[in-house]
Design a protein around this ligand. Structure first.
Ligand code: ZN
Length: 253
């Protein structure tokens, strides 16, 4: 058995730590100090590092952590990420025997080219591709790739917990409500989010079911979203055109 705990880092990152009573694995450690403090406070030994993509706020703590714990780093190798010791590709499996977890690896480009997802039963680590109520920016690759990556994640079972890497939920839901003012699930999630943040608690993980009900980037065929965008001048109502219009609007929202 294992638990997964959010360790807040940097401005608004979460480093997710998988742990039992003795051992831990850290996902996207953008800085080392909060992970080391968490391990110390709980008497845990670091066993592995998982890396979804190479942005500095996801890999910035790896060198320092490996100075203390010489552990493997599982992720997609890239010239901009010198830390990876095991290169993972679409269809690979990653076993973490300590925790009895087997992850399936999905390649999910569209934020960065080297972005991968780690998927186990009821568990998704998706880095910066999906956020609570939103999605990542398109820095590399195409918006069609980002859309496709999100659709693959949305096809996971409804009860899959979504461990994404930033606390952006409140801002994303304000945008979601502008897209779909009549969606009661968005209003309910805004209320829940406000209560959690008022108590300084993470709004994550969410679930795939919750994201499908409230995240506009997974709802590009919804009539209310299409109508909202048409009022803003959209003419092409294909899913990709809707997705593209949403992503562009979100960038300036
Ligand atoms: Zn990123």
């Amino acid at each position: 058995m294992f638990k997964i705990t959010a360790v807040p880092a940097l401005q608004d990152n979460y480093i997710w730590v998988i742990h039992n009573d003795l051992h831990a694995a850290a996902v996207d450690p953008g800085e080392a100090a909060p992970v080391l403090a968490f391990l110390d406070a709980h008497g845990l030994q670091l066993e592995a590092i998982l890396c979804t993509h190479r942005h500095a706020d996801h890999i910035g703590g790896i060198a320092e952590l490996r100075g203390v714990y010489n552990v493997p780093v599982h992720g997609r190798r890239h010239p901009g990420n010198p830390h990876i010791t095991r290169d993972l590709h679409e269809g690979d499996r990653l076993r973490l025997d300590t925790f009895g977890i087997v992850f399936d690896i999905l390649e999910i480009p569209g934020h960065l080219d080297d972005h991968i997802a780690f998927i186990a039963p009821q568990t998704l680590f998706c880095g910066d591709v999906m956020f609570g109520g939103g999605c990542g920016r398109n820095f590399e690759g195409t918006l069609a790739q980002l859309h496709h990556s999100l659709q693959r994640l949305a096809a996971l079972p409804d009860d899959t917990r979504v461990y994404t890497a930033h606390e952006y939920t409140a801002a994303n839901l304000r945008f979601a409500l502008a897209c779909e003012p009549d969606n009661p699930d968005i209003r309910q999630r805004i209320t829940e989010t406000r209560l959690l943040r008022a108590a300084s608690l993470p709004t994550l993980p969410s679930t795939i079911a919750q994201e499908k009900a409230t995240n506009p980037f997974l709802r590009c065929a919804q009539p209310e979203i299409i109508q909202t965008l048409q009022r803003r001048g959209l003419t092409d109502t294909s899913e990709l055109a809707v997705f593209t219009a949403l992503r562009e609007w979100r960038d300036h929202f």
